[in-house]
Design a protein around this ligand. Structure first.
Ligand SMILES: [Zn+2]
Length: 164
């Protein structure tokens, strides 16, 4: 998969800072080295690394300094896990989009200026939005469906090309 695309998806599912950390790990590094290179606080870097470790995207080796008794952590990225994480994330996004499309296709959607809700919820609120005090009105949702379909298509495209 295109590395740019992987970064984009990781940034969407985690954050840009997580992506910066991963991109610093083309070779194994200690957390303080990463902090220096990215000009970030070591505590911040450790938090980000722990997040990445929680997702199984990085791994570390712990070594003890015999003189000081302190531990040193050397981190490396798990390239193969990153690929499958991205695919899993896209599959989940796809599932959510398909559900959303289902709701748009099958249910009547009403809208005020601040939100879009299904008919049943609008009825419970007597067709008046408690947030903006506007009445909920029927909405043509063909544009929304079109944009959801486009997103679905683009994710399907990526998932189909993943083998290349
Ligand atoms: Zn409203």
């Amino acid at each position: 998969m295109d590395p740019k695309l992987i970064n984009e998806i990781l940034a969407r599912s985690m954050s840009n800072d997580h992506v910066h950390i991963i991109n610093k790990l083309s070779e194994p590094k200690r957390d303080e080295e990463i902090a220096t290179e990215l000009n970030m606080k070591e505590t911040t870097v450790r938090t980000l690394l722990n997040d990445l470790h929680g997702e199984g995207l990085v791994d570390y080796k712990r070594t003890k300094n015999k003189k000081t008794g302190w531990y040193t952590y050397t981190w490396k990225k798990r390239g193969e896990k990153i690929g499958s994480y991205v695919i899993d994330h896209l599959s989940l996004e796809l599932q959510k989009l398909n559900d959303k499309l289902d709701r748009e296709e099958n249910g009547t959607i009403l809208a005020c200026s601040c939100s879009r809700i299904p008919l049943s919820e609008a009825m419970e609120m007597d067709f008046l939005c408690p947030e903006c005090n506007e009445p909920f009105q029927m909405q043509d949702n063909s544009k929304d469906m079109e944009s959801i379909r486009k997103e679905i298509d683009s994710i399907n495209d990526i998932l189909q090309k993943k083998g290349n």
